[in-house]
Design a protein around this ligand. Structure first.
Ligand code: SF4
Length: 327
């Protein structure tokens, strides 16, 4: 496929220690290939809640203590309770943030972690069974369920990473067209995203079509509001491999009459391999793309299903590992 100029830069909130500053408790930073790759394509906002509330770098580590169902942020080495200043910071930061499309946060951190943070009993030493959220990450997850929100640990899984990137770039594009304020842009968005939405949620794809069709009576502002709500619901979970196969078969119908029986068999074999988890989705997509270019299938060429985010992100993330086939 010809290189596509990316029309929008998503606004992404990212933990500062993921490559931006040496602000971890031990004075170090982490390198994250995905964050490095994203730098060309997104606008980052990079908070470090612990440094920002003045805990210093380096600093004694903090822990989450749970007492009577309430979380507190405790620093065992100093005996200080930082809960009040952290909650005040979280509230102020999120209130002042403005529009963003997603969050990429450090896993396991008592501040930024969203689900896998150690939780301690009141003595500050013994662990409670099960893990929870940090004070910043937990509030992000509560307030922004419709955005692309993930921790860096989970993004090593190619399926989760692909869903995160699809969602991030789709939501950013929707924010862009919402800002333009023209009905034709919304019609175009729905048309370009038809196969992507078909893979995510067929029922909501139809609902979005009905919302766009009723634009004249509802008015553009209300239509964009309604559309955004349903779009975020449609993107809430990644597509199943069955839904992807359905879309691939649908797209294959546009080119199958133009190719040889051997090429048809080759594609169908790879579709079967994808179904069995022996090859990644991208193999089937690339096969289809070659025919889309060869036979000038304009409708498919414009579909975001085939290029939902810049291809460089796939390359720079190390491509698809053999254990990471997306099913
Ligand atoms: S995890 Fe969050 S609070 Fe901890 S160093 Fe990184 S950005 Fe700062």
């Amino acid at each position: 496929m010809p290189k596509i100029e990316w029309p929008v830069r998503p606004r992404l909130v990212c933990s500062r220690c993921l490559g931006f500053d040496s602000c971890r408790y031990n004075g170090q930073k982490l390198s994250d290939p995905l964050v490095e790759a994203l730098e060309l394509f997104v606008e980052f906002v990079t908070p470090c809640p612990e440094a920002d509330i003045g805990l210093g770098i380096p600093r004694h580590p903090v822990r989450i203590i749970v007492h009577d169902g309430e979380q507190r942020m405790f620093q065992p080495a100093t005996g200080l309770d930082h809960t009040g200043s952290m909650l005040e910071y979280v509230e102020r930061f999120l209130e002042d943030l403005g529009e963003v499309d997603g969050f990429l946060l450090k896993s396991r951190s008592p501040s930024c972690g969203m689900r896998d943070v150690k939780q301690y009993r009141e003595d500050g030493q013994s662990l409670i069974t099960g893990r929870g959220a940090g004070l910043f990450g937990g509030e992000v997850a509560r307030r922004f369920p419709g955005l692309a929100v993930e921790d860096e640990g989970r993004l090593h899984n190619v399926e989760i990473r692909d869903h995160f990137l699809r969602k991030l770039f789709t939501l950013a594009d929707f924010r862009r067209i919402g800002g333009i304020g023209r009905a034709s842009e919304l019609v175009d968005f729905q048309s370009r995203n038809k196969l992507l939405l078909m893979a995510y949620d067929q029922e909501r794809m139809r609902e979005l079509g009905r919302i766009v069709a009723a634009q004249r009576s509802a008015g553009l502002e209300r239509t964009v509001e309604l559309y955004g709500g349903v779009l975020r619901s449609a993107l809430s979970r990644g597509p199943s491999y069955r839904a992807n196969i359905n879309v691939l078969q649908h797209a294959f119908g546009y080119v199958s009459d133009h190719i040889s029986p051997e090429e048809r068999g080759f594609f169908l074999d790879h579709l079967e391999m994808y179904r069995e988890g022996r090859t990644p989705l991208v193999t089937c997509i690339k096969l289809l793309e070659s025919w889309i270019v060869r036979f000038h299938v304009d409708y498919l060429r414009d579909q975001t299903f085939f290029h939902p985010y810049p291809e460089e992100l796939l390359d720079r993330c190390g491509g698809l590992g053999k254990d990471e086939y997306w099913r």
